[in-house]
Design a binder for this molecule. Structure first.
Ligand code: ADP
Length: 370
């Protein structure tokens, strides 16, 4: 997939530049030195503000900026200049910092982070179906795929095409079964995002929070990157979630990974709304019986031991895997089926867990127009 519009290219260019490390520490995006970025017809110009005395120290940064811009898909020519004035190009609004995220999500009542200690446990599958479960409960819901290196939302929700640019030059989320969805997977091609490192990933996530027109939402579900590194910590801190959901397989719950996730959110005072046990037992497609391969009740006991609520268990089923891979999530396709009911029950549990954290309970304030 290539970046087609100037506006999308501008977002990618700002994300790339924002992540550049300044000679004296900090990032370009975290300073007021980015005097302007201009995109027209595949040509990108950027101006970096420095004093005359600083110019030599910023020469490498300028070259790196130009190299990064030139590497973005859709860029034919890239030019970066050092300036002691903001004269060359129009000055854009200061790139938002992640710490300021809540201010740029004024219409979002609750951000819920869905996280896991490691990859492959079904975090994204859970995030999508939980979001759809909340939607089925009558809430307006968005979902942000913050897993920059392995975006799965385009597959799970069968998202097609690129987002359009709406009023205020903000990106309009793509509709996925009634969810407002955004993922790096619909903005840039996989290889581009793959080579992004820590600060660039942070910048990209910041842009997706701040420069997407999320509008009015009861809940924005954030599908967190797997693990508990700096990026995860910064999102947990910056997006100020109302709470976090930890997804784990039964055998992993007792392992250090899930505990790290729980500890990370606790460190930044984000309440753990609960643990979802995924792939809990195996439902045989031939005989329909359920096999508790890892034993019964272990996860609930383990959650209690860790001092976090247990939201419920999702079985390991072929149907769920097939549906996810086809972009036809079970909770949207068959909300009254067994899996649909499980995710809707999880969503209700989640709302109940959220209620004490949010005195104005969502469930009592649903809008009549939905
Ligand atoms: P993560 O986000 O933790 O990396 P994913 O949600 O992408 O994990 O899931 C990894 C794979 O496991 C996907 O192919 C998905 O369809 C499958 N999967 C997830 N949960 C289940 C489940 N309960 N039963 C069967 N397959 C599942």
């Amino acid at each position: 997939m290539t970046v087609q519009t100037d506006e999308i290219l501008l977002t990618a260019a700002r994300a790339a530049l924002g992540a550049l490390a300044l000679p004296g520490g900090g990032t370009l995006g975290g300073s007021d030195r980015l005097a302007g970025v201009n995109v027209r017809g595949g040509r990108v110009d950027a101006a970096i503000r420095v004093s005359a005395a600083e110019a030599a120290a910023f020469a490498d940064l300028r070259a790196e900026a130009e190299r990064l811009l030139a590497a973005l898909p859709g860029v034919a020519r890239a030019h970066a200049v050092l300036t002691d004035e903001a004269a060359q190009v129009a000055r854009p609004p200061a790139p938002p910092r992640l710490a300021a995220a809540p201010a740029v999500l004024p219409g979002v009542r609750h951000v819920i982070a869905v996280a896991s200690g490691k990859g492959g446990v079904g975090k994204s599958t859970t995030a999508v179906n939980l979001a759809l479960g909340l939607r089925a409960e009558g809430l307006s819901v968005g979902i942000l795929d913050a897993d920059i290196h392995g975006p799965s939302l385009p597959t799970l929700l069968g998202l097609r095409g690129q987002p359009r640019v709406g009023p205020g030059r903000k990106l309009v989320p793509i509709d996925g079964f009634g969810l407002k969805a955004m993922s790096m997977g619909v903005l840039v091609d996989e290889e581009t995002a793959m080579i992004w490192r820590g600060p660039m990933v942070m910048s990209a996530i910041t842009q997706m929070l701040a420069e997407v027109d999320w509008g009015t939402l009861d809940v924005l579900v954030v599908d967190m990157p797997p693990g508990t590194g700096d990026a995860q910590l910064a999102i947990a801190q910056g997006a100020r979630p109302s709470g976090a959901v930890i997804v784990s397989t039964p055998q992993d719950l007792s392992l250090i990974d899930a505990r790290r996730g729980i500890a990370m959110f606790r460190k930044v005072d984000v309440p753990i709304l609960g643990v979802v046990e995924n792939m809990a037992h195996f439902v045989c497609t031939t005989c329909g019986t359920s096999h508790a391969i890892f034993g019964e009740g272990g996860a609930a006991a383990e959650a209690a031991r860790l001092g976090v609520p247990f939201l419920g268990a999702v079985p390991l089923t072929m149907e769920l895997r097939r549906a996810s891979d086809r972009g036809q999530p079970v909770t949207a396709m068959d909300p009254d089926g067994i899996l649909g009911q499980i995710y809707r029950a999880l969503a209700r549990q989640l709302l109940a867990a959220l209620a004490p954290a949010a005195p104005t309970s969502l469930s009592t304030e649903r809008r009549a127009d939905r």
